[in-house]
Design a protein around this ligand. Sequence first.
Ligand SMILES: Cc1cc2nc3c(=O)[nH]c(=O)nc-3n(C[C@H](O)[C@H](O)[C@H](O)COP(=O)(O)OP(=O)(O)OC[C@H]3O[C@@H](n4cnc5c(N)ncnc54)[C@H](O)[C@@H]3O)c2cc1C
Ligand code: FES
Length: 250
Amino acid sequence: RKAKAGQFIMVTPTEHGERIPLTMADFSPEKGTITIAALEVGKTTRELGTLKAGDKLFSLVGPLGLPTHLHKYGNVVSIGGGIGLALMYPVVRSFKQSGNHTINIVGARNEKLLMYESEIKSVSDEFFVCTDDGTKGHKGFVSDILKDLIAKGNKIDLVYAVGPIIMMKVIANITKAHNIKTIVSLNPIMVDGTGMCGSCRVIIKGETKFGCVDGPEFDGHEVDFENLTARNKRYMPEEQIALRRWQGAK
Ligand SMILES: Cc1cc2nc3c(=O)[nH]c(=O)nc-3n(C[C@H](O)[C@H](O)[C@H](O)COP(=O)(O)OP(=O)(O)OC[C@H]3O[C@@H](n4cnc5c(N)ncnc54)[C@H](O)[C@@H]3O)c2cc1C
Ligand code: FES
């Protein structure tokens, strides 16, 4: 009932599990439901994947983070890549409801990984699909479409990007050169998700901010993407050990 576009929840699938942040890909105040979509990348998301309808999550905390700042900007180009597409649908729906002209670009490695395509299309004034391998839409990156829109002289009042860090960084670099306001939704490592630990700290315009309470959305031109990339890799060996142990115990 309190959920707003751009916010997330912290989920612990089982009693001995860790807390992970996941976006609310959809929510219905009438039904009292929220929808999450998770990509199985490691132990916790795979464990989540084994749950069936009727099973209970050990814990769920939220809504967390600041909602997307909604406003009538004009022409809004929203770009989502991979698992970022889970967040994109409620955000672009809200942009549309706020009276914007919505130009939406979705991308994934291949057609099978394209999520929420029809939902996003349903709230798009203009819609573009890209896949890295060309199985659907434009063969190439979402940034190619953005470059093309800019080159054709389209008036763009806001760019919103959510997806892999490298994708958000490339988009921010393109828009910076053209002075187009750009918002990115960041994905730092989170523990409590409520502002108590600083695990999710990110550097914004040289200042430390907490992704979970000051974000997850920030001005793309102010983000230190190198720092974010390095910080997100900091538990890689432990993540691999946890996954192997869990697979061995199954
Ligand atoms: C605000 C926010 C919203 C997110 N929304 C979604 C979503 O809707 N769907 C989705 O599939 N994923 C989402 N993620 C990413 C998701 O949290 C990670 O994929 C998940 O934590 C991986 O856990 P794992 O044990 O399966 O994988 P691991 O093997 O532990 O890790 C794989 C990758 O996930 C990252 N990761 C691991 N633990 C955390 C953590 N506690 N916090 C953040 N990142 C972590 C690691 O840096 C690594 O790159 C979101 C992240 C943030 C910060
Ligand atoms: S996750 Fe602990 S302060 Fe943000």
